[in-house]
Design a protein. Structure first.
Length: 312
């Protein structure tokens, strides 16, 4: 029953994502798919190549977050971990846990311990959550609450509070250990020490990597919109990017797809952006940050599997 329930939930989530994109995007944008297609067909191969380079540069920048959180991990390995984990997260609802499981299997095959992998997942996840929660606050500082919206600010603050509580739980772990058995308590206390060590030694690398990653993704969104005919100022561009990244935390669909695009399109149109170019630019950005990551992650997983089979 559990297997059938999970399968049904996955199919329902994928169906919801498809409906949110195919049916709701034109309704939110107030534009026909033919007009959006015309905007996308006007993008030349040179622009597409430049957008691809920006996308890959962002993925490489993120390897510094992973190498900072998992000492001894090489950048090429971190690239494969991120690609494979993202592919799973983009296919399955609540796919973050499945993505972590995939990356744990890959990292363990390279000689990393379970405790080090767990600490890496905790710290890198915390860096991701805090950075996404901070983006609307950056947009507020640049442009003001009129652009960002009260709902987005509330969601950002809630995410920040949740991340802060996670930090408190990790730091004040002894009370939890009293509720567990001796073996589990010993593992958690060692995990806390390892997590603290990772933060002390890797925070600078992880922070710089995350900033570079978000900056490159923000530039990618700006260029995707510009390629479709939308030219935003700094404030609206930061606000659109903040909303886009914050909405990826929605777990009702894989990777927040559909929810993210509709929310970003609604914000852009509210700012007075022409509908067809706005929809085309947002969908082009989703192509790079969601859709293409699936075959890339599949290729990374197959490459790792082939190497592992040869070693055996």
């Amino acid at each position: 029953m559990n297997r059938w329930s999970r399968t049904a939930a996955s199919l329902a989530s994928l169906g919801l994502a498809a409906w949110l994109v195919v049916a709701l995007v034109p309704a939110v944008g107030g534009v026909a798919w033919s007009a959006v297609g015309a905007q996308l067909r006007a993008i030349g191969p040179g622009t597409a190549l430049w957008l691809t380079a920006l996308w890959l540069a962002g993925l490489w920048a993120y390897t510094y977050v992973l190498t900072g959180s998992l000492p001894g991990l090489r950048h090429t390995q971190a690239f494969s971990l991120n690609a494979a984990g993202s592919a799973i997260s983009n296919v399955l609802p609540f796919g973050g846990a499945a993505g972590v499981a995939v990356t744990a299997v890959m990292a363990s095959s390279w000689g990393h311990s379970a405790r080090a992998i767990t600490a890496s997942a905790l710290v890198s996840g915390l860096w991701n959550a805090l950075s996404r929660a901070a983006l609307p606050l950056v947009a507020l500082a640049v442009q003001g609450a009129v652009v960002v919206g009260d709902g987005v600010l509330i969601a950002a603050l809630a995410s920040a509070v949740g991340s802060g509580l996670a930090v408190v739980v990790v730091v004040r772990l002894r009370w939890l250990c009293k509720l567990l058995g001796r073996r589990a308590a010993r593992f958690l206390l060692r995990l806390r020490r390892q997590t603290g060590q990772v933060v002390r030694t890797g925070w600078r690398r992880m922070t710089l990597g995350m900033l570079a990653y978000l900056l490159l993704q923000g530039v990618l969104l700006w260029w995707c919109l510009a390629a479709a005919g939308v030219h935003l100022g700094l404030g609206p561009a930061v606000a659109a990017f903040a909303v886009s990244r914050l909405l990826t935390l929605a777990v009702v669909t894989p990777g927040g797809v559909g929810v993210t695009e509709n929310g970003t399109i609604a914000l852009l149109i509210g700012l007075g952006t022409p509908a067809a170019p706005a929809v085309a630019g947002v969908l082009l950005f989703a192509f790079f940050t969601y859709l293409v990551e699936i075959p890339l992650g599949g290729a990374a997983w197959l490459s790792w599997s082939a190497r592992r089979a040869r070693v055996r």
